[in-house]
Design a protein around this ligand. Structure first.
Ligand code: ARG
Length: 461
């Protein structure tokens, strides 16, 4: 068998068989980082030229070649091969074809280990910016909806049972807050991503007088990693991304679950726009919330990606190990999944119709005002426990009779307690119940308005 030429082939007498080579290759997926790989090389060669590690003309020739490749990549003209294993060796091979043997100087004072880590930092930094922008947009959509629905009343649930009426705006603001915390987590993640491993070389640094500050600067990264072993072995920035994305998907899946319930026949609190719904191939009447279900479902694959990388990293000794090649697909998949899910969710919320009347009617024929009656008695001096027991017995009486607290005649109320007066009927209204919950962070309209005001200032800054 003839020996295949490999970039690293010097010490080998025989070649990998094709199927073994295919097992080790990452080009099928790491080509997603082609642009960043070329950018990393451009920064590296600029520095090599500036420091005199290679001659200025050599650096200029390599730069010109890389720029040509970048252009060809953007025009969709670069062809990658499995023979060249990964994106780094593919780019180097293409560069050599373009400019000849001077291309061989590019890899001075560098290794694929710092190169691949650099590519991933650049890729993820760009994706994090996108995720943060899309999260801001989703938060804005929620805030606008919350403002529009400050006075829209809905049943608040615990255990999925009617609990107490709340403002729909207040309910939406709870999600706004979750997405704000997601944003903060991605911001922190951004700091750990905004670092340059370039110049760590294989693991130990290099004997060449490189300038790592300069390459970090050229790449727009805040600073170099301070330890070369850590630089090539660290994948925490990706794990953080996957963990943050998992929490974000969990939040989105909770909201999607509510949207799915709310647009059911039983709730009918909202209708999703046709532009975000699908039909059935057999049941002509169907309008399904597929997109919300998919976001709920896709949270599973994002959790899977987190678990998968945590498992890859577990017990891995320093420094680079080929296991680390398994860090990429889950990162790409997660970045692509969360960015589109954020757009879909914002789009669904932005275009849905809220059936305000039905939402608030759902609080009319129920016992979600039972706490109001107990609070009414407690505020007039009856110990809350006694008030609770009295109202509990009355609820039972109503349930047996098939009527509600607002239907109980005043005479009956006054038999139960002489603390009860005519104004009880006003107190029992769900609107009153919401309005009066003015404790900090509560559902009272004034509190909701205050929360919106704060959120708006927050989002601006
Ligand atoms: N394709 C490799 C990866 O993604 C690049 C680094 C290879 N380094 C090495 N020493 N084999 O991890």
């Amino acid at each position: 068998m003839t020996k295949k030429e490999k970039l690293w082939g010097g010490r080998f007498e025989a070649s990998l068989e094709d199927w073994v080579e295919a097992f080790g290759a990452s080009i099928s997926f790491d080509q997603k980082m082609a642009k960043y790989d070329i950018q990393g090389s451009l920064a590296h060669v600029t520095m090599l030229g500036e420091t005199g590690i290679i001659a200025a003309e050599e650096a200029a020739a390599i730069k010109a070649g890389l720029e040509k490749l970048l252009k060809q990549y953007e025009d969709g003209q670069l062809v990658f091969t499995v023979d060249n294993e990964d994106i780094h060796m593919n780019i180097e091979a293409l560069l050599t074809a373009e400019i000849g043997s001077v291309a061989g100087k590019l890899h001075t004072a560098r290794s694929r280990n710092d190169q691949v880590a650099t590519d991933m930092h650049l890729y993820l930094k760009a994706k994090l910016k996108e995720v943060l922008e899309k999260l801001d947009h989703l938060r804005q959509v929620l805030l606008d909806l919350a403002q529009e629905h400050t006075y829209t009343i809905m049943p608040g649930y615990t255990h999925l049972q009617h609990a107490q009426p709340v403002s729909f705006g207040h309910h939406l603001l709870a999600y706004y807050n979750m997405f704000t915390r997601d944003s903060e987590r991605f911001d922190f993640n951004f700091e750990h991503t905004d670092l340059s491993p370039l110049g760590a070389a294989a693991l130990a640094g290099t004997t060449f007088p490189i300038d790592r500050e300069r390459t970090a600067d050229l790449l727009g990264l805040a600073k170099p990693y301070s330890n070369s072993l850590d630089a090539v072995s660290d994948r925490d920035f990706i794990l953080e991304f996957l963990a943050n994305a998992s929490i974000l998907m969990m939040h989105m899946s909770r909201l999607c679950e509510e949207l799915i319930s709310w647009c059911s026949h039983e709730f009918h609190f909202i209708s999703l726009s046709d532009t975000f719904s699908t039909g059935s191939s057999i049941m002509p009447q169907k309008k399904n919330p597929d997109m919300a279900e998919l976001i709920r479902g896709k949270s599973g694959r994002v959790y899977g990606n987190l678990l998968s990388l945590l498992t890859v990293m577990k017990s891995l000794p320093l420094a680079y190990n080929k296991d680390l090649q398994e860090d990429k697909e889950g990162m790409f998949d997660t970045a692509e999944t969360v960015t589109v899910a954020l757009d879909i969710l914002a789009g669904m919320l932005d275009t849905m119709t809220v059936h305000k009347e039905e939402m608030s009617q759902a609080t009319e024929k129920d016992f979600s005002n039972a706490t109001e009656l107990a609070d009414y008695l407690a505020s007039k001096g009856l110990p809350f426990r006694e008030a609770h027991a009295l109202v509990g017995r009355l609820v039972l009486e109503c349930t047996k009779g098939g009527y509600y607290l607002q239907d109980v005649p005043l005479e009956r109320y006054q038999e139960l307690s002489d603390l009860i007066e005519e104004d009880i009927y006003q107190a029992l209204r769900s609107r009153t119940a919401v309005e009066r919950r003015q404790s900090l962070g509560g559902t009272g309209f004034e509190q909701v308005k205050e929360q919106i005001k704060q959120a708006k200032d927050d989002l601006k800054s």
